[in-house]
Every structure is written in C-alpha cells, then in structure tokens.
Design a protein around this ligand. Structure first.
Ligand SMILES: [Zn+2]
Length: 70
C-alpha cells in the first residue's frame, strides 16, 4: 500500500509565492489562483493539473501511478 500525500506546496511561476494547499482526491484542479499576485495558473502542456506542474507533490492519482484525466 502506498501513502498518498494530500498536501502540496504550490509555487507561483509568476511571482514565486508559495502556499500549501490541500489536494482533492477525486478530481483534478485545473485552475489555481495565486494568493499573492492573483495570477490564474493553468497546468503546463502534458500535465493534468496545477499540482503536477507547480507544486512539490503531484496530485493523488499520479502518486498512485495512474493518470487522472485520461
Ligand atoms: Zn503569484
């Protein structure tokens, strides 16, 4: 059994602001608004969610070895 981490520290690529966020286990978070500069982040090409692109820990489905959005 693997332990899935549900808190990930996301780093804004626009201003460098970091914040720990709780990740949803049943859905991908495609948009994320930075607390600091209010930039709305979207995943990089090939990534399923903002956590995979900008955070320290990828989203739960990726941690479990599957892809979440097909
Ligand atoms: Zn920002």
């Amino acid at each position: 059994m693997s332990t899935v981490i549900l808190v990930s520290k996301i780093t804004c690529p626009n201003c460098g602001h970091q914040k720990e966020e709780q990740m949803p286990t049943d859905a991908c978070q495609y948009f994320y608004q930075c607390d600091h500069c209010k930039e709305v982040l979207k995943p990089k090409l090939g990534d399923c969610c903002v956590f995979c692109s900008y955070a320290t820990v990828p989203c739960p489905p990726i941690q479990e070895g599957s892809s979440c959005c097909g």
